[in-house]
Design a protein around this ligand. Structure first.
Ligand code: PBG
Length: 323
C-alpha cells in the first residue's frame, strides 16, 4: 500500500501527542462553587451531589484554605438561608449569610477571587428568581432587588458579582448601582445564556430552591435556541458585563463556541450540578472512569471556546492536573 498522508504519525507516543495537543485545561481556568448555610460546625453532604457539602461559615473558611493551596483562582458562593420570604430579603440584608461570609473570607484570603452569585431564588419562599405577583414573575421590581443584593455583596468584599436570575436589564442596573457607589472595579460575570435546564435538579437540593409552583421557563432560555443566546450575550456586554457565561456546559457546546467566536470578552461555562451528578453516579457504579471522563468533558468545554470553567470537580481537577 502506498500511503503518504498518515495522521497517525502525530499520535505515535505521548511526547509527540503532548507537542501537538491543542487544548489543555489548567487550574488557572477553574472556579469552585460553594454552598453556605447558617450555624456552626455544619458540613452536610448533598445526597444528589456526593463530595459537595453545605458548609457553615467556619467550615467554609477551612475550605477556602484548601482551594487556595490547590491554586484555584476563585470560588462562587451561594447562600442557603433558613428563613425565606416573599421578596428574598436575605439576599440583600447587611448581615445576610453571604455578606457575613464575604467579610470574613476577604479578611483571611485577600487574594482569592470571591464571586457572589446574585439571585433571589435561594431566598424567596416560592423559590422563583424574582418577585411574584399573581403567578407572574415581575421583571423591573426584581431587577432593583437584584442590584441591591449585588451592591451589598460588593460592599461586603465580593470581587465579582454574578447575576443568575435572567431578568431583563439587570446587568445595566447592577453596573450603574456599583459605579454610583464608587465600586467601579467590581467585575460583573453575567449568566448571559442560562437555559431552563433539567440539569439543575441536584443544585436545587443543595440550595433548597425548587420553585414552589410552575417552572423557570418565563425567564430562563428555551433549550432549543442559540440565536437568542447571542442576543442575550450582546445585550449583557452592552450593559457592562465583563465576563459572559453559558450554562449548562455539555449540552450547549455549540452555544459556547458561537459566543466565543462572535464576542471578544472572556467566556465562562458552568458545568452544572446535573452534569456532576451523572458522572458521580456512573463512576460510583464503575461504569465510567471518573478522572478521564471529567478531563474529557472539561477539555471539550475549553475546546468549544470557554476560558473559565465553573465546576464542582475543580478541586479534583486541580489535584489531577498537578501530577
Ligand atoms: C440560581 C442558580 C441555579 C444554578 C446556579 N444559580 C439554579 C436554577 O436556576 O435553578 C444552577 C447551578 C447548578 O445546577 O449547578 N438561579
Amino acid at each position: 500500500m502506498e500511503l503518504h498522508k498518515r495522521p497517525r504519525r502525530l499520535r505515535g507516543n505521548e511526547n509527540i501527542r503532548r507537542l501537538v495537543r491543542e487544548t489543555k485545561v489548567s487550574t488557572d481556568d477553574l472556579i469552585y462553587p460553594l454552598f453556605i448555610v447558617e450555624g456552626k460546625g455544619v458540613k452536610r453532604e448533598i445526597s444528589s451531589m456526593p463530595g459537595v457539602f453545605q458548609l457553615s461559615a467556619d467550615n467554609f473558611l477551612k475550605e477556602l484554605e484548601e482551594v487556595q493551596s490547590l491554586g484555584i483562582p476563585g470560588v462562587l458562593l451561594f447562600g442557603v438561608p433558613e428563613n425565606k420570604d416573599k421578596t428574598g430579603t436575605g439576599a440583600y440584608s447587611h448581615d445576610g449569610i453571604i455578606q457575613t461570609a464575604l467579610k470574613e473570607a476577604k479578611k483571611e484570603f485577600p487574594n482569592l477571587l470571591l464571586i457572589a452569585d446574585v439571585c433571589l431564588c435561594e431566598y424567596t419562599n416560592h423559590g422563583h428568581c424574582g418577585v411574584v405577583d399573581d403567578g407572574k414573575i415581575l421583571n423591573d421590581i426584581s431587577v432593583n432587588l437584584i442590584a441591591k443584593s449585588a451592591l451589598s455583596y460588593a460592599e461586603a468584599g465580593a470581587d465579582v458579582v454574578a447575576p443568575s436570575d435572567m431578568m431583563d436589564g439587570r446587568v445595566g442596573v447592577i453596573r450603574k448601582t456599583l459605579d454610583k457607589s464608587g465600586l467601579t472595579d467590581k467585575i460583573i460575570m453575567s449568566y448571559s445564556a442560562k437555559y431552563a435546564s433539567a440539569f439543575y435538579g441536584p443544585f436545587r437540593d443543595a440550595a433548597q430552591s425548587t420553585p414552589a409552583f410552575g417552572d423557570r421557563k418565563s425567564y430562563q432560555m428555551d433549550i432549543a435556541n442559540s440565536r437568542e443566546a447571542l442576543r442575550e450575550v450582546e445585550l449583557d456586554i452592552q450593559e457592562g458585563a465583563d465576563i459572559v457565561m453559558v450554562k449548562p456546559a455539555m449540552a450547549y457546546l455549540d452555544v459556547i463556541h458561537e459566543v466565543s467566536s462572535r464576542f471578544d470578552v472572556p467566556v465562562a461555562a458552568y458545568q452544572v450540578s446535573g452534569e456532576y451528578a451523572m458522572v458521580k453516579a456512573a463512576a460510583g457504579k464503575g461504569w465510567i472512569d471518573e478522572k478521564s471522563a471529567v478531563l474529557e468533558m472539561t477539555t471539550a468545554i475549553k475546546r468549544a471556546g470557554a476560558k473559565i470553567i465553573i465546576t464542582y470537580f475543580a478541586k479534583d481537577l486541580a489535584k489531577w492536573l498537578k501530577t
